[in-house]
Structures are given as C-alpha cells and as structure tokens.
Design a protein around this ligand. Structure first.
Ligand code: NAP
Length: 295
C-alpha cells in the first residue's frame, strides 16, 4: 500500500498562519519581531536558503534584514557586527548562515551571539538548557521534525525512534527533544552514526525513523519495515542533465521504494526543509515575546 506523504509545505503553511496571529498581537503592543540574517560570501545554497527565510519572514509579518559580507571578511569584522546586532533593539533574532569561510572560527561566531537572540539555538547556553529539560528555544530542523510528527498524528510518545546521524544541528538535538519528560516527547531513542555496525539492524527496529546523514538515497527499502514512519532530513544535490541547473535534490532515503512499503514518509524537497524555515520564524516570535517582557 502506498505510504501517506507528510507534506512539509502544508504543515509549514499551518505554522505560518498560527505565527501571523502571534505577530499581530505583538504589533498591537507596538512590537514588530525583527530578524537579522548575516551571510559571508556567495555560496549558492546559502543564498537560496536565505531567500526562502526572507520570504517566510514576510509571510509571517517578521521584519528581516539580510546583511552580506564578502568572502574574505576578517573574523573581527563579523564579530563586531554581531556585537552591534546584539544591542540593536530592532532585532530580536540573529542568525549567521553556515557554513562560514574556513578562516572564520564558527564556534567563536556562534558564541558571540546573545543567547536571547540565538534563533538557530546553536549557542552552548541554549543547547545546555535543552539538555536539562528547560529549553528557551528549540533548534529549527529538529523542532520541525518533531512538529511534523505531532501535526500528522504520529506522536513519538512511547515509540522507538531511531535517528541516523549525530550532528550538532540535527541528530543530537533531536535526541534531546524526543527524550524530554514531556507530553508529545517521551520517546525511546536510538542514535546511529557512521561507526554503527550493521545500520539496518537498527533502522528495521524503528517505529519512527529519522535520517540525517547527507548520503543520497542511502536508506533502501530492505532497511525498513512496514508500518514505520520515515522523516527524511537529507538534502543532496545529484546530477540531472534534464534540469536547467544540472542537478536535482534528493533525500537520504530511496523515497520511491520506501513509499511503497512504509506507513508514512516525507518528500524531498517539500518535507523537512519548509518546516525548518517555519521554526526559525517560530523562534523569532518567541524571542520577541520574551524580549517584550510580561504583558
Ligand atoms: P553532518 O554534520 O555531515 O553529519 C552527518 C551525520 O551522519 C554524522 O553524524 C555521520 O556520522 C552520520 N553518517 C554519515 N554517513 C553515515 C552512514 N553511512 N551511516 C550512518 N551514519 C552516517 O550532516 P548534517 O549537517 O547533520 O546534515 C545531514 C543532512 O541533512 C544533509 O543532507 C543536509 O543537507 C541535511 N540538512 C537538511 C536540513 C533541512 O532543513 N531539511 C537542515 C540541515 C541539514 P559521524 O558522526 O560518525 O561522522
């Protein structure tokens, strides 16, 4: 039987609607949530992600500015800009688009952002708050994955979730979200990585399988069982001469084959990607509400 397709486009539109209402309430108090987005260099994927973020910000009613520095910008210049943005009351959220050029220390830059404005939720203070079960914000992609599960009727509560990938932006924080002692979380979570022997032994045990490894179509139909809900975080460019760009985007799973077998699956594109952007706006609104203080 064909799987249910969990559409990130539809679910993110729902989130955008909800956020518009919260933004309207803030605007009644004279507050327009503001998001500063900083990019260094002209990486085509980064440009495209940032365009999407600006578009969604406008749809939600968030004021956004994109600040672009040339590729050879010294680290100190970037750090000075972040310091300025930390003190600029127009902006409730600051994000620095990654990856940064090699000569800039990514960690130093992330740690320079005021944790209150850290809408990517990469600052160690915010990562720590999440891990002790008292989150201020949630990191965008894992939060998007969680919301997709909740909003499509596949709560992770009491389920065995297998995550492939242990990066700081995906696997690790998703683990921290799903093991929270909290309604809608309370999952039993297994995290796999490149040193996991016999990956299929684990993926076949999943009630919910989340894949974030950056390997095109690595998860094949024989690695999953019927009834599994699959969330594909991967975004990979593969050559496609029929496309004007010369490439197309595919996920980390063999979508066509898996969708003949599993209970539900997210497409790529149109899956986790739009939810990630919606969650960035969610964080900007939360940060603006927090900075506005009690009503
Ligand atoms: P990353 O930092 O490269 O981490 C990849 C993780 O996958 C690592 O933990 C690695 O293990 C593990 N891994 C690699 N090959 C594996 C294999 N064959 N079997 C099992 N585990 C394996 O990547 P990332 O930044 O998390 O991104 C992962 C994917 O998600 C990429 O395609 C990226 O483009 C996509 N992404 C999508 C969104 C979105 O909004 N949709 C957002 C962010 C990223 P080790 O730790 O042992 O190296």
């Amino acid at each position: 039987m064909a799987a249910k397709i969990i559409s990130g486009r539809e679910l993110s539109a729902q989130v955008v609607e909800e956020l518009r209402e919260r933004v309207a309430r803030l605007k009644e108090k004279g507050i327009t949530p503001g998001l500063a987005m900083v990019r260094v260099g002209d990486d085509p994927a980064s440009i495209s992600y940032m365009k999407q973020k600006s578009k969604t910000a406008a749809a939600v009613g968030v004021y956004s500015e994109t600040i672009v520095f040339p590729e050879d910008t010294p680290e100190e210049t970037l750090l000075a800009k972040i310091e300025e943005l930390n003190h600029d009351p127009k902006f409730h959220g600051i994000l620095v688009q990654l990856p940064l050029p090699k000569h800039i220390d990514e960690r130093k830059v992330i740690e320079a952002i005021d944790p209150v404005k850290d809408v990517d939720c990469f600052h160690p203070v915010n990562v720590g708050k999440l891990l002790i079960g008292e989150p201020y914000l949630l990191p965008c992609t894992p939060h998007g994955v969680w919301q997709m599960l909740l909003r499509s009727g596949y709560s992770p509560e009491g389920k065995h979730v297998v995550i492939c990938g242990r990066s700081n932006i995906n696997g690790k924080p998703l683990f921290a979200i799903l093991i929270q002692k909290k309604a809608g979380a309370n999952a039993t979570v297994t995290v796999c990585h490149s040193r996991t022997p016999d990956l299929a032994r684990f993926t076949r045990q999943a009630d919910i399988l989340v894949v974030a490894i950056g390997r095109p179509r690595a998860i094949t139909a024989d690695m999953v069982r019927e009834g599994t809900v699959v969330i594909d975080v991967g975004v990979n460019r593969v050559p496609d001469p029929t496309k004007k760009s010369g490439f197309r985007l595919v996920g980390d799973t063999d979508f066509e084959a898996l969708s003949e077998k599993v209970e539900a699956i997210t497409p790529v594109p149109g899956g986790v990607g739009p939810m990630t952007v919606a969650m960035l706006m969610w964080n900007t609104v939360v940060a603006a509400e927090f900075q506005a203080g009690p009503a």
